[in-house]
Design a protein around this ligand. Structure first.
Ligand code: DX5
Ligand code: ZN
Length: 228
């Protein structure tokens, strides 16, 4: 079970994105938060910026689409160079068709759940996906406090993944830091997005290494990971 740390460039300096990407070399993926000011009350960046960023870094891009109508827009992010594309199931009209299209275009397909969205209705969709993202804050902004009440959902999602014998990843996003990453790993997460905890640190690359070491240590003793 490999731990992955994905710094979120939402907490980076948007006027220096290429440099900020290089500041976390050694990260597994660069997490790119796409917000449209409709699905969430904030606006960030779109396809042209992702295209430029993909050219500017060797770190693969993990695009988290917090947008309406991902059925229409998500494929363009694969074409722009994203290695993984996450759509919100609350916004998708046809999540199975969309996941298949993302995969067919050559990227990993992932489905995100807002805090109030349960995982159970989507049990039968899991085999169509490469990753599930459990939001541990309400999407829209970096620097929010981690929602402990999401830990049972992380646990239940990991149980469903195990029940179906799937190899998929379980990502957590929102308020992940040195204080909260162990709880997430213990509950069943193996991919960790961290924005403010990485870019707010004096040495972002060192913050990535420290988070990875912490999560690895927790996973080594976690019941779900040992049984895997
Ligand atoms: C929030 C975004 C997150 C955000 C995380 O809607 O999806 O990726 O950047 O930032 P932190 O780690 O500061 O909570
Ligand atoms: Zn995100």
């Amino acid at each position: 079970m490999a731990v992955q740390i994905n710094p979120s460039i939402l907490s980076a300096d948007f006027s220096r994105l290429a440099e900020e990407a290089r500041a976390v070399e050694g990260a597994d993926w660069l997490h790119v938060d796409v917000m449209d000011n409709h699905f969430v009350p904030n606006l960030t960046l779109g396809v042209p910026v992702v295209e430029s960023l993909a050219r500017a870094t060797d770190t693969p891009l993990d695009c988290h689409l917090m947008i309406e109508d991902p059925d229409r827009w998500a494929p363009a992010y694969v074409e722009a160079g994203a290695g993984s594309v996450t759509f919100h199931v609350e916004a998708a009209a046809a999540p199975v068709r969309l996941a298949r299209e993302i995969r067919a275009k050559g990227a990993r397909a992932s489905m995100a759940l807002k805090p109030a969205t349960p995982i159970e209705p989507y049990e039968d969709l899991l085999s169509e996906l490469d990753m599930v993202l459990i939001m541990t804050v309400e999407p829209g902004f970096g620097g929010q406090a981690f929602l402990d009440i999401m830990l049972p959902k992380i646990r239940r999602t990991r149980e469903l993944i195990a029940k179906h014998g799937l190899e998929m990843w379980l990502q957590v996003d929102g308020g992940v830091s040195a204080d909260t990453i162990e709880r997430c790993a213990e509950a069943g997460a193996d991919v960790f997005v961290a924005g403010s905890a990485v870019y707010g640190a004096g040495d972002p690359a060192e913050a990535v290494r420290a988070l990875r070491a912490q999560a690895r240590e927790t996973l080594a003793g976690a019941a779900w990971a040992c049984a895997h």
